[in-house]
Write a new protein. Structure first.
Length: 171
């Protein structure tokens, strides 16, 4: 925590990046729901850090899938409700943010820097703190449903037609 405080005092960061799949020593990584992670998140909030970027990708060694699991993100986002108050402009300027902005606008939702990052897609208003967990859960379920449906459709098309589809490679 002392290092975080010193870095904030020196650099005044808007965000931090956390790597849950560290490979230091015999570590098997950690989860955002671990007590030490919660202390870090609380200290970040206290110091005014708004953006917490969590890297959930593979590490060098050991390749422990638990560290890549994103289910702990919902819990941390719900227990640290400042995520509900974030604005689109609070997010780091990346292609992902701009894709989200474009998607908001495409759906007729507000997409300016002062507009909510997480919003009720029916009203365009910020989510209430107590709805963040359900919102993130529905978003993940929708993504999984779309991926599963696309996979089934690809398999059915592959079985029905003898030629390969666009983007597929010959076996």
């Amino acid at each position: 925590m002392e290092e975080l405080e010193a870095n904030v005092e020196r650099w005044h960061p808007k965000g931090v990046k956390l790597y849950t799949a560290e490979w230091k020593g015999d570590s098997r990584g950690w989860k955002l729901t671990d007590p030490e992670a919660y202390r870090y998140l609380a200290k970040s909030e206290e110091l005014g850090i708004k953006n917490i970027h969590v890297h959930k990708g593979p590490t060098i060694w050991p390749l422990d899938k638990d560290a890549f699991d994103v289910s702990d993100v919902d819990h941390a986002a719900t227990d640290f409700p400042q995520v509900a108050a974030l604005r689109l402009g609070d997010a780091v300027d990346t292609p992902d943010r701009e894709r989200l902005r474009a998607r908001h606008i495409e759906l007729g939702l507000p997409g300016g820097d002062d507009d909510p990052l997480l919003m009720d897609t029916l009203t365009g208003r910020s989510l209430e703190v107590d709805t963040v967990r359900a919102h993130l859960g529905r978003a993940r379920l929708t993504r999984v449903s779309l991926e599963a449906n696309a996979g089934m459709c690809r398999d059915m098309l592959h079985d029905r037609y003898t030629s390969i589809g666009v983007g597929e490679k010959e076996e």
